[in-house]
Design a protein around this ligand. Sequence first.
Ligand code: FES
Length: 150
Amino acid sequence: MTLSSRDRLPIGELSARSGMAPSALRYYEELGLIHSERTSGGRRRYRRATLRRLAFIRAARTIGLSLDEVSACLARLPAGQVPTAAEWSEVARTWERRIDDRIAELQRLKAKLTGCVGCGCLSLTRCALYNAGDTAAERGAGARFLIEDD
Ligand code: FES
């Protein structure tokens, strides 16, 4: 299918309209999350539908999906055309559990940090921020006291 130049966006315009840096766009393209065509001069041109894919990527990243997970989601959508509402809806439905998990995680975090706000004690016995000697490292990476249940 031949696209008119109006249907193709240069990387600068895609960047401006999506709010994502050109370097991020090139990286997403390298990962196969978005696709471009090349002009005879070798410049990238993106279909307008790429803006929807980028909005989807942003939303997915906001709820905590990894780029691998984003890639798996996008693989279920047509690459060269605008997905139907039903196709978008089906993919977005798979996020429900993830959003629920994220909400629960943030509520736990809020509950644990509420006592720390304005406190500063870093108490060995009661502070969720304190991890003397990095003893929680054996339970995994990250702030274990904050992300785990009591
Ligand atoms: S800083 Fe005092 S409880 Fe966390």
